[in-house]
Design a protein around this ligand. Sequence first.
Ligand code: HEM
Length: 445
Amino acid sequence: MTLPDPEDRLPDPSETPRREFLKAAVALGGSAGLSACVEAPAADPGGAADLADVPTGDPDAVPDRQHAWNEALPTDADGNVRPPRHHVLRYADLGFDPTDGDERAAARETLREALSALERAFAWSNEGLLFTVGYAPAYFDRFDASLPASVDLPAPTALTEMEDPAFDEADLLIHLASDAPAALLSADEALFGDAGAVRSGDREEQVPNLSGVLDPVDRRTGFVGAGLPREHRGVPGLPEDAPIPEEAPLMMGFRNGFRASQATEDRVTVREGPFSGATTQHVAALRLQLNAWWRQESHAQRVAKLFSPVHAAEERVGDWGEKLGADPAVADLPEDAVAYARDSGVVGHAQKAARAREDGAPLLLRRDFDTTDGDHAGVHFLTNQRRIGEFVRVRAAMTGADIADETAVGSRVNNGILQYVFVRRRGNYLLPPRRHRVLPTPTPE
Ligand code: HEM
């Protein structure tokens, strides 16, 4: 039997917009994906086309908090942080016994050197590479000691009555993000392929082979940013004729991540104990089914369901969110979400989720991105928060079972975007501060 040439899975570059081609190259990965995006002509608005144009890095300039990305990212004209356009999630198990001191010491040295090589090769920015290393509860369970009380990291569970998710229990999750697909794939190949080195600018950094340290379990990819969702119309779940505005960064057709609706990096940081400077991460794989969203709902209905019925009635949003500036003002609607749902029969997603704010401040720093993994429209819903329990609370507010109980709004229908979003998998992680990011024990020095 002959295996298909991996490059057969790439569209013809002469007939495909460059953005779409690069996204396909990231999804394909491996050396085929890397050489495809290095060779793809013309510039993407997002990132350098060629590794030679990717800025090199300085490990001394990398912050101690792994989740400190905002300072390294551009902002839009309204001051909202603009996330990197391309993402890879790498799930891996340990390839050694971490309770064996010698094996662990050797593995730590190898992984430490690999991560440092990435930092030397690529600037800590959207133009270079941003990355985090997170550890699952299953990783810490391998040790006799327990995590300190200052870390809230339960195993993932189902969070609504509407879902029956699978749980991601690989030991660790490495999240790689960049505007430059070539940088992203070069890092990915060096960590999990056999490239042995990363290149950028005029620099080449050797990366030690990680086989024996990390056993790859899964690879997921995604994208967020103007133009990208439009190019994936036609994948199951996202109709070919969906009128997604060119400027919209997400498949549902609006921008998100407004500054006033995001937790700050300080708010999501663990403040005490040996892991001070850490954050927790929840990653849910969501499937999107947007046929009715795009074919049956009007623009006003989409605004009502994503933001609130007030936003629709007062035309606050614009075509893709451009009228909202840096604050969608979902927390200070004239009446509460339940009262609105009773009157209008609809409740907005953001309006519901904002009920979980504490002292007026959001608890989650959302860094989600769209995907066509599994050849279906979806979202990798990735958030940081100080405690996983805070995610659970916000998710309950977003689910709005109380609203469905007290009003004519259904448990899914007219209840924000629940009708369109299906939870497939959930996973929880601790992102230790950088000083403990390499295979920590539950009680690092
Ligand atoms: C397809 C999936 C989703 C889409 C397209 C989406 C979209 C949005 C949009 C457009 C906003 C408006 C404000 C902003 O982003 O800054 C928002 C707010 C928000 N969403 Fe989502 N969302 C999705 C899933 C979720 C999920 C699964 C949660 C789980 C908890 C969630 C929690 C929130 C929160 C906490 C806010 C901010 C509320 C506040 O202002 O305090 N979202 N979302």
